[in-house]
Design a binder for this molecule. Sequence first.
Ligand SMILES: [Zn+2]
Length: 211
Amino acid sequence: MNQIFRQSQLFAFLLIFFFISPIIAEQGASKKIVIDSAMTFTEATAGTKAPKKVLDSLILLTVDYYSYDGKLHRGQLLINKAVEKDIRSVFNLICEIRFPVKKVIPIVKYNWDDDASMADNNTSAFNYRNIAGTDRLSNHSFGRAVDLNPFSNPVIHLDGSVNPKGAKYNKNFPGTLRESDQIVKKFEGLGWRWGGKFKQYKDNHHFDKEG
Ligand SMILES: [Zn+2]
């Protein structure tokens, strides 16, 4: 009887050790950080029309941020090597003050469709494309522009229409950019322009720095 009891105890112990403890460990890890993007460079640039020279100037930067669920997330931003230091510095502040960022995933996930990425409130940088409505290459084409929480910070045209469609610019909503905002000031201090100050239209999610 005693031996049977010991055997069942041992069985219970082994069950916990081999089956339950890895689940507990995994839950602990996922509580720490939520992975939004974990691509390779090749995956993150697949299908782009950018020439090799441009691709060679890019890096795939891993960035951490608190999302709207209050959890620490990890994403990736394709940027020009020349602005790596700036972007690290901005994301350090984003983490420090817990400025919420919805998600940061290379735009290849949206088949290079800027509208789809914006509608998903996705933060992104590199996209080899023209400035919307023009035939001039955008600073996004060189990884020198970042769009931050684009659905919360839509483009507002002179006629009042917004991009992405259906978005509202509510300055009291967390993760929204304003002139007095620390994130705007941080970018400007590093020599970046904020699209919220453009004259023709307000590109409230857009920051860029020309080379
Ligand atoms: Zn932009």
